[in-house]
Structure formats: C-alpha cells, structure tokens
Design a binder for this molecule. Structure first.
Ligand code: ADP
Length: 273
C-alpha cells in the first residue's frame, strides 16, 4: 500500500492553530503583512507566534530589530535542549535568519530543509499559542508543501497587489493550497492605493499606484473572501527598516486599523462556534 504523505501530519503540542501566509511572488509585501497581521492578532488578545520560514530572504529579524540575534537553548525535563523564541512586542518569534546568515538559507534543499522545518515546529519552545503565523517563501515551493503535509493547517492567507500581473501568480498560490487541501481564508490586497499626505484619505483622493485589475471578480467567482486592503504608506517601509513594524510603532494609526480589521476577519474565519 502506498503511503499518503498527509499520513505524516501531526499536531504540535501547545499550538492551537497554524496560519500560512503565502504569495504568488516576491515583493508584494508578504513578510510585512505577516508580521503586522501577527501583531494585530496579538493586540486583539490572542497568544501569537511568528515563524519566518522564508528561506529565500528571511526578513523577520530585520523587521523586528533582531538581526544577529541568536536564540538560546534551554534543557527541558527530558534533557532535550529546546530553542527559545525571541519575544518582541509580546510576539514569539523564530526565524531561519536567527540560525543562519541572511544570505545562506537559500541553499537549503530537500532533506536539510525538511529537517530545519521540523525543528522549527517541534524543537522550539513555543509554549501555549492560539496562533502560529508562518511567513512562507514566495511562490509555490517545498516549504508550503512540507508544512501542509506535516502539520494540520487552519488556513492560508494569500498576499497580493491589485494589478493583473500580480493576479496571475496569486492564482497559482490559490491552486497550490487547494491541491494540498489547505483551506484558503482569503486574500489580503496590499499596496491597494496611495493616500496623498495632506488629503483626508477619502476614496476620491486616492492614487491608484498599481492599476486595479480583475482580482475582485476572480475572488467573487472563486468564492474566496477578500480579508482586507492595506494602503501603500511610506511609514510601513520606514517602520520595518527601523525594526518596529507599524502596528507596534503607530498602533492608533489608519494602517494599524486596517490590520486590526484583517486580524478580526482571520480570527473569525478560523473560529467555529
Ligand atoms: P515580500 O515578503 O512579499 O517579498 P516585503 O514584505 O519584504 O515583501 O516588502 C517589500 C518592500 O515593500 C519592503 O521594503 C516593505 O517595507 C515594503 N512594503 C510592503 N508593503 C508596503 C505598503 N503597504 N506600503 C509601503 N511599503 C510597503
């Protein structure tokens, strides 16, 4: 009898729900969204961990001002050394970037990659978490497939920008998650529009930085919800560069409100009454 790869699936003790954050391609703001979404979920009272599994460019260490940090190991009662996540703004963080140099992780392939992912899931002292948010590499590669096969995933969130050029790739991500039976919670449209400084931000004063394409009609047809829109805002980039994501640095700002609404949508979509 041939073995089904999903037979290897095992829950992680202490972690209630795993959310994957993916994108069709790089540069759409997936890591930025993953980090700020995790923070917004934390602010709404959940216990949240953020796992940076983006082997092509782990950006969580930089975004949280934790470059060159090394996780410590603590021996458990069984004598096994377990990695301690870093804690920033009440969020539990682990990144491939804490283990290897920023430029090194990309060479991970096959068994090495699987072993590393297994360690991140099972040898990290995550404690009790309501949610583990996983920042996947862009595209439809091994990491997403491995996650889907190894652990029960509550759902995937796909980050996309408004234009049709980006939609082509987002659809591939949708297909991939459907093929591995990961429920798609919805799409977050990032860099939806630009609000000019000095204007009141009303829709008529917005600048369409990227042309709006057929994303909305694709989502309607596929019955995939849009979880929310995030404006293009230079403060988002500045905050990330400074090592404090915008939801932590400007918690009362308009962008944080957008993330907070999305966090509520994600929590609702993964909660069965
Ligand atoms: P990805 O993970 O998809 O490759 P990143 O999250 O690294 O993308 O974002 C790419 C760049 O775009 C970063 O410099 C980030 O600060 C910036 N960025 C992401 N989203 C926004 C936004 N809504 N407004 C302004 N800059 C953004």
């Amino acid at each position: 009898m041939s073995m089904n790869p999903f037979d290897l699936q095992a829950p992680i003790a202490g972690i209630k729900k795993i959310i994957l954050v993916g994108s069709g391609k790089g540069g759409v703001g997936k890591s930025t969204v993953a980090a700020n979404l995790a923070l917004a979920m934390k602010q709404s009272g959940q216990k949240v961990g953020l796992l940076d599994a983006d082997i092509h460019g782990p950006s969580i260490p930089r975004m949280f001002g934790a470059l060159y940090q090394k996780p410590s190991f603590v021996k458990s009662e069984t004598g096994k050394a377990r990695m301690q996540p870093l804690v920033r703004h009440g969020l539990f963080l682990m990144s491939i970037g804490f283990i290897v140099e920023e430029s090194q992780a990309v060479i991970w392939r096959g068994p090495m990659l699987f072993k590393a992912l297994d360690q991140f899931l099972h040898d990290v002292d995550w404690g009790e978490l309501d949610y583990l948010v996983v920042d996947l590499p862009p595209g439809t590669g091994d990491v997403a497939l491995t996650m889907a096969q190894r652990v029960p995933v509550a759902g995937a969130v796909i980050v996309c920008t408004p234009q049709n050029l980006a939609l082509v790739d987002a659809r591939k991500a949708v297909d991939m998650f459907q093929q591995v039976h990961v429920p798609i919670l919805g799409v977050i449209e990032n860099m939806s529009y630009l609000t000019l400084p000095g204007t009141n931000g009303s829709p008529s004063q917005r600048v369409q930085l990227f042309p709006r394409g057929e994303l909305n009609s694709f989502l309607d047809q596929s019955k995939i919800p849009k979880l929310g829109e995030i404006a293009f805002d230079p403060h988002i980039g500045l905050s990330s560069e400074a090592g404090i994501p915008i939801v932590a640095s400007e918690p009362d700002g308009a962008i944080s409100q957008q993330f907070s609404d999305i966090a509520e949508n994600v929590i609702r979509a993964t909660t069965t009454e």
